[in-house]
Design a protein around this ligand. Structure first.
Ligand code: ATP
Ligand code: MG
Length: 454
């Protein structure tokens, strides 16, 4: 306990900037103010007008400096939530432990939080050093010190167009280095998710991880197991949807973190063709992310785990189990095995199962089952999945294309396609009228397309 307290103290000393922060003018940071959310600027202006300090902070500043489009804009200020809220027409206080304010402008929400103090050594932690409560307001300098990496501790004043940098974050960003603020081991123990974040920012920025920041990861990888499931899931998902998923996955494997997150991935990579399948799936995900399209978590995890499902499916079927039943058992066993480590949320699990189970039905369709498949809510995603399998040469690409065409067709065209299909399969020239169907067009159809693919 005493050892940890001393280590925390040293960590804070290390984190403290010797000569106060650097203030960088426009020509030193290069942020183009026109790319900054006008709503975030507005929040800073209003707070300034009321005598408070306010800055855009975190990922947005980092991304703007390197020329990436920020996902969202956060503001940090010395005003308390109770002082912030009345200054805006639509603002609400959220969070119980550490309150912050959501200032709402139409679709955009500017998350506005009060400067927070870092770990003091007096905080409540679990037996591994993980902070359980972290809810004290602090000074600007303290707020910078409690952030994870130097590149994430930059503050942009949109009125003076100045970046305030307590930890040489701009230099690290320009040199593409991910460096922990303070003592890396202590900071990973406080919050093991930072290990995943280090890998993600390195992949996203094409950066290297500073050796002292990288070195403890392999040794501490096991701490991931004590992180609450929902946070772990969120950070893993962010990692896989950062636009460089395959790099991240390789790095996860190198640092031993897959053992604690998705040990099945290691098994899949070791198997013939396993890595190729994952690579195809993830490069599609990356392409979607980079063109600003949404990615569905269930499709992504379905693809990551598929090769194992496929392998178990084939094995069970070879043992004489009926094919659909074999696939159901394979799917359940893979999901069960995965859940021991990273628990995938139930709603995603059920979508993954549906996507997988439809794969057997694509291969052995009848006229009736085709129409039933078309009614399935995850049909579109399952057809996209079939494309992926065709790309990996696991199924015939003509079959995959037929289903894709069917998914994209009008009702009349579907009737025609199914008639032709049936003629080819049974020798019958015309499908009996009772097998045809007139359906009301469904509003949801097509809309599913945008979110089904990964
Ligand atoms: P992204 O582009 O993925 O949103 P981000 O850096 O904005 O990246 P967030 O999770 O949105 O990441 O967090 C916002 C900021 O809060 C970070 O830039 C960092 O300063 C701080 N932060 C987030 N998570 C942690 C953490 N686990 N430990 C310390 N600081 C953190
Ligand atoms: Mg962010």
């Amino acid at each position: 306990m005493l050892k940890q307290t001393i280590k925390n103290f040293v960590s804070r000393l290390l984190a403290a900037p010797p000569n106060g922060p650097e203030r960088l003018a426009r020509d030193k940071h290069g942020i183009d103010r026109r790319l900054v959310s006008r709503h975030a600027i507005k929040v800073c202006e209003v707070l300034n007008q009321h005598g408070f300090d306010a800055y855009i902070v975190g990922g947005a500043v980092r991304d703007l400096i390197v020329g990436l489009a920020p996902k969202d804009f956060d503001v940090a200020t010395n005003a308390t939530p109770a002082q912030i809220r009345p200054l805006f027409r639509r603002a609400r206080i959220i969070g119980r432990r550490f309150q912050l304010v959501h200032v709402v402008f139409g679709q955009e929400v500017i998350e506005t939080s009060t400067f927070r103090a870092p770990s003091s050594g007096n905080q409540e932690t679990d037996e591994h050093g993980r902070i359980l409560r972290d809810n004290e307001f602090g000074t600007h300098e303290e707020d910078a010190a409690r952030r994870d990496f130097t590149i994430n501790a930059l503050y942009y004043d949109p009125i003076k167009e100045e970046v305030i940098d307590f930890h040489q974050g701009v230099a690290d960003l320009k040199n593409r280095v991910v460096r922990m603020i303070g003592d890396p081991e202590t900071r990973y123990r406080e919050d093991p998710v930072r290990m995943l974040r280090a890998l993600r920012f390195a992949a996203k920025l094409g950066a290297r991880i500073d050796p002292p920041t990288e070195q403890p990861i392999t040794r501490l990888a096991g701490l991931i197991e004590h992180v609450p499931a929902s946070r772990l899931f969120d950070e893993t998902l962010k990692l896989l949807t950062c636009g460089h998923a395959m790099d991240c996955l390789r790095q996860l494997r190198r640092s031993g973190l897959t053992q604690n997150l998705m040990p099945l991935i290691d098994r899949i990579f070791e198997e013939q063709g396993g890595e190729d399948f994952v690579e195809i799936a993830l490069s599609r995900t990356d392409a979607r992310v980079r063109s600003g399209k949404p990615v569905s978590p269930s499709f992504l995890f379905a693809a990551l785990l598929w090769r194992l499902v496929h392998q178990r499916w084939q094995a069970l079927a070879n043992d004489g189990l009926q094919r659909t039943e074999a696939l159901i058992q394979a799917a359940d066993s893979v999901i069960d095995d995965q859940t021991h480590k990273l628990a995938i949320q139930r709603r995603y699990q059920s979508d993954m199962r549906e996507i997988w189970l439809m794969q057997a039905r694509f291969e052995r369709a009848t006229v009736r089952s085709i129409w039933r498949l078309l009614d399935q809510p995850r049909f579109r995603a399952a057809v996209d999945f079939l494309q992926l399998r065709a790309e990996a040469r696991e199924v015939d690409s003509v079959l995959a294309q037929w289903w894709m065409d069917l998914a994209n067709s009008s009702e009349d065209r579907r009737n025609q396609m199914i008639d032709t299909w049936q003629a080819g399969h049974t020798g019958a020239r015309n499908a009996p009228a009772w097998r045809r169907r007139k359906r009301r067009p469904r509003a949801a159809e097509g809309a599913g397309q945008s979110e089904s693919q990964a």
